[in-house]
Design a protein around this ligand. Structure first.
Ligand code: MCA
Ligand code: AMP
Length: 510
């Protein structure tokens, strides 16, 4: 095999009439249809002069063509760089400058704003909307399909996924063909996916969860997906009877539990529900089990590593734990002295295995800080392993908020707020939120006449993706600090713990 990942996902079924995507209008796309789409796109990439190792960035609404673009990049050895559709042009400008893609594909609504960015970077800007229309489609229609597959080894780079950092600067995690292939194979086996599976796919496809965990696993198994444009409780309830399995973030499950129509009849036939990207409350797990009879299978992963652990398919799926290390993946818990801790003790979770990325694009120092020479990746998550081997995540050492499954690095938001008029300094925290798990709150210390909160909210919404924007602003005389001068965010979290409780007052920006 010359390109094992491409062959595993689609190349091996390029002539198969088996269904791959069930679309909302009732249309079905087969594996052969998808392979043909990828071949046409690969033809366009080749006509535009893209070669193995070049980058292509995509910030498009979810569509079958967007999935085909990912597959075409794998086929051509082009590094695929999917970007959250919520990112603002400011944010995209950074990624384009950093990764230097030769082509940027965007929604037509962002074309004018992105044009100066792509022109400055010398990249070709193409458009692709949710209905698969735009200049991308026109360019693809002009090109001759390419069925040749560019040879790629396990070590070749397949994708860059940008992840913000605790310093506020985003880092491009470099994932290889081997990283993605090994994780897809392991998860397919662990979760028993087969060609009889129909996955209800309501996740976005610009992150590891929706693209690598959901699509790669289903395609590796030869199964199909009910392809929803995004999560809506109504659409999921309607589609559930035709599905065998669903993958979601905890918000999917709390929203389903809020719907009285979601009951044992609706969910009873399902084979598997999995959850990840954020902690699933034990209470949600228990309520779900009571309502449907299903124990949600919780797993733990990261952009840099793909999936690391999973609760068992057979056996006890323990609420509040993320299960056992996956086959081939090593997990160790490190103490502050830099030595591994015994069972039951809490420390830093480190991960090693074929799933662990190659490092951050053009950031050797950052890579060296987080990826040890012996191959262990320092996750920033704090956890313990019990005597039976179950891993529990007890917290995070990294200053990170996870809202509805999306990561928000407070530093990035604070840096923006600190520069705004009327703000002396800020601290951004996550506090309990019934829908998103954590809700973003900004605590501000005023300067001079103080900040105009409506103006701040407006400025922030022009610069930051919607899920990063503070949902509440709180003014404080000063930030609490410890004797070392470090802001005590735990004090702020306690003070603000009830901000999203029903009946709590809303402030500007919320
Ligand atoms: C939307 N909003 C959000 C979020 N999503 N705010 C905070 N956190 C969010 N996640 C904003 C909207 O812009 C809107 O703001 C308001 O909140 C309400 O929007 P709503 O219509 O309720 O949101 P939605 O469109 O229904 O989206 C919620 C969602 C979505 C379905 C939970 O965020 C989602 O699909 N999340 C999945 C994330 C994911 O795939 N993560 C995987 C990362 P306004 O009213 O101001 O306009 S990969 C990963 O983490 C690793 C590898 C792993 O382990 O999986
Ligand atoms: P990301 O970089 O977007 O991939 O986010 C990865 C982070 O999400 C991890 O480092 C964890 O902090 C968190 N995470 C993912 N899955 C879980 C889970 N099941 N429970 C708790 N935290 C999780």
């Amino acid at each position: 095999m010359t390109n094992p990942l491409y062959d595993m996902l689609i190349g091996g079924r390029a002539d198969s009439p088996a269904p791959l995507l069930h679309l909302p209008g009732g249309q079905v796309l087969s594996y052969a249809d998808m392979a043909a789409r990828a071949a046409r796109i690969a033809g366009m990439l080749s006509a535009e002069g893209l070669e193995k190792g070049d980058r292509l960035a995509m910030q498009c609404p979810k569509s079958p063509e967007a999935l085909a673009l990912y597959l075409a990049c794998l086929q051509s050895g082009v590094i695929f760089l999917p970007l959250n559709t919520a990112y603002t042009p400011d944010e995209i400008g950074y990624f384009v400058g950093d990764a230097a893609p030769k082509i940027v594909v965007t929604d037509p609504s962002a074309e004018d704003a992105l044009r100066p960015i792509t022109e400055a970077a010398g990249a070709l800007l193409l458009t692709l909307d949710a209905e698969e229309q735009g200049s991308f489609a026109a360019r693809v229609a002009e090109a001759a399909p390419v069925t040749e597959v560019t040879p790629c080894t396990q070590e070749d780079l397949a994708c860059f996924l940008y992840t913000s950092g605790t310093t506020g600067r985003s880092k491009g995690a470099m994932l290889t063909h081997g990283n993605l292939a090994s994780n897809a194979e392991t998860l397919t086996r662990t979760w028993r996916f087969t060609d009889a599976d129909v996955l209800l796919h309501a996740l976005p496809i610009f992150h590891a969860h929706g693209l690598f965990v959901a699509c790669n696993v289903l395609m590796n198994a030869g199964g199909s997906m009910i392809w929803l444009p995004g999560f809506s409780t109504e659409a999921v309830l309607e589609a559930l009877p035709r599905a065998t399995s669903m993958m979601g973030v905890p918000t999917f499950y709390t929203r389903l539990l809020d719907a009285p129509a979601f009951d044992r009849d609706r969910a009873g036939h399902m084979r598997l529900f999995t959850s990840g990207s954020a902690p699933l409350l034990a209470e949600t797990h228990d309520r779900f089990r009571e309502r449907t009879g299903h124990a949600i299978l919780e797993r733990y992963g990261m952009t840099e590593t793909g999936m690391n652990t999973s609760n068992p398919y057979d056996g006890d799926r323990r609420a509040g734990t993320v299960g056992f290390p996956l086959e081939g993946v090593e997990i160790r818990i490190m103490g502050e002295e830099g030595t591994p801790l015994p069972a039951g003790e809490t420390g830093m979770i480190e991960v090693r295995g074929p799933n662990v990325f190659k490092g951050y694009w053009q950031m050797p120092e950052k890579t060296a800080e987080e990826l040890r020479e012996n191959g262990f990746f320092i996750t920033g998550d704090l956890g313990r392993i019990d005597a039976e081997g179950y891993v529990t995540i007890v917290g995070r050492e990294k200053d990170l908020i996870i809202s509805g499954g999306y990561n928000v690095y407070p530093k990035e938001v604070e840096q923006l707020l600190d520069d705004l008029p009327g703000v002396r300094e800020s601290a951004v925290i996550g506090v309990p939120h019934a829908d998103f798990g954590e809700g973003v709150v900004a605590v501000l210390v005023a300067e001079g006449a103080g900040p105009d909160l409506d103006g701040i909210a407006e400025e922030v919404s022009g610069r930051l993706a919607n899920y990063k924007r503070p949902k509440r602003y709180v003014l404080r005389e000063a930030l609490p600090r410890n004797t070392m001068g470090k802001v005590q965010k735990n004090v702020l979290r306690e003070e603000c713990a009830e901000l999203f409780a029903p009946g709590a007052a809303r402030q500007a920006g919320g």
